[in-house]
Design a protein around this ligand. Structure first.
Ligand SMILES: [Cu+2]
Length: 146
């Protein structure tokens, strides 16, 4: 059997092309833009001791609060999850007595809490109540109610 050297350059070219195409297909997309968006309680810090009823105020930076409904990048509304884990990114924030939606774009809330330790997760979600990606899109604090 004689190895054909005439075909070799074509094979190398094919390998190079395939390698290039494979690299193009598996290359990661552009990194997720870090917008610095965050939501936060303005009158609560982690470890605070408070009384009930508790009036909480909320705010945001680089993230516009708007009523639920339309899905617009960089906007959404807030939720407070009482004694519940923050909602994983991409999942809908459920609605019940411990998952409070502020779907009118409210930035103030009054919570009635039993004495003792509680956690509050301030959670940002889009117009369809889906938890948004980004380190600043949820803030969890532990507080003690006297
Ligand atoms: Cu909601």
């Amino acid at each position: 059997m004689k190895l054909s050297t005439a075909r070799l350059p074509i094979s190398i070219a094919a390998i190079l092309i395939l390698t290039f195409l494979l690299a193009a297909c598996t290359a990661p997309g552009p990194p997720m833009k870090e917008t610095g968006a965050r939501v936060f309680f303005t009158n609560l810090t982690d470890g605070a001791t408070v009384s009930s009823p508790l009036k909480v105020t909320m705010s945001s930076e680089n993230f516009a609060i708007q009523p639920a409904g339309d899905i617009v990048d960089g906007t959404g509304h807030l939720h407070i999850l009482v004694d519940a884990d923050c909602t994983p990114v991409g999942e809908v924030v459920i609605k019940d007595e411990t998952h409070l939606h502020y779907g009118n774009g409210q930035l103030e809330a009054e919570l009635t809490l039993a004495p003792g330790q509680h956690t509050l997760c301030l959670q940002a979600a889009n117009g369809a109540h889906i938890a948004l990606p980004g380190a600043g899109m949820a803030q969890k604090v532990t507080i003690t109610v006297e």
